[in-house]
Design a protein around this ligand. Structure first.
Ligand code: GRF
Length: 220
């Protein structure tokens, strides 16, 4: 077995984040291997992307299970059978149970298209627009038992413009998601990510940069 960190990517939809991770593994910027792509949705576009890349896939359809726990047991078994070390939720539209988290303690990460703790949950690009936020972005975090509440690993910020639609904003955020998810995984693969309660530290820390984003800009 290779010594690269073995990823299990869970996706329910189109899988553009999965694609970005595949690309990063292929271009060498991410020193990991995708051992399994798992979906709950037999029509997920992510499946086709995995097939194209020659990655093993499995569909565990939640409709085949009457209890959430049983579904999670089946998912955990597939991941364990594939030797997965880090579980990467990439648009996986199921809330996972404690059973799942206990099987992979601090080894489940998620990407969320907002700057947590603002706007957890669903339809968050529209929420950011409706709230009048000047910035939004994306967050990679460890998964805990809450919804989008776990310790934050990395975030990227994008401006919200006054004529934005949820779709425009989602696209701007998604472009950043594709950068930061692979980066977060690489930091974990390098053993640089440490968790103490809610706080994540990166070792060695990034050098501080004197930087402010202002929207609308000061000279507009
Ligand atoms: C992304 O916006 C991600 O942040 C959210 O679900 C979406 C998945 O998109 N959790 P894709 O399937 O990776 O294209």
């Amino acid at each position: 077995m290779s010594s690269k960190l073995r990823l299990g990517v869970l996706a329910s939809g189109g899988g553009t984040n999965l694609q970005a991770i595949i690309d990063s593994c292929q271009d060498g910027s991410l020193d990991a291997t995708i051992a399994l792509v798992l979906t709950n949705n037999p029509d997920a576009g992510a499946l086709e992307r995995a097939h194209q890349a020659g990655i093993q896939t499995v569909c565990v359809n939640h409709r085949d299970f009457s209890k959430r726990e049983d579904f999670d047991h089946a998912v955990v078994k597939s991941l364990q059978d594939a030797g997965v070390e880090l579980v990467v939720l990439a648009g996986f539209m199921r809330i996972i149970t404690q059973t799942f988290l206990d099987a992979f303690p601090l080894r489940v990460i998620n990407i969320h298209p907002a700057l947590l703790p603002a706007f957890p949950g669903l339809h968050v690009q529209q929420q950011a627009i409706d709230y009048g936020a000047r910035f939004s972005g994306c967050t990679v975090h460890f998964v805990d038992s809450g919804v989008d509440t776990g310790p934050i690993i990395i975030q990227a910020v994008v401006p919200v413009y006054q004529d934005d639609t949820a779709d425009n904003l989602a696209e701007r955020i998604l472009e950043q998601e594709h950068h930061i998810y692979s980066r977060a995984i690489q930091l974990i693969a390098e053993g640089r990510v440490h968790v103490d309660g809610r706080l994540v530290t990166i070792d060695p820390p990034c050098p501080p940069e004197a930087m402010a984003l202002v929207n609308p800009g000061l000279d507009t």
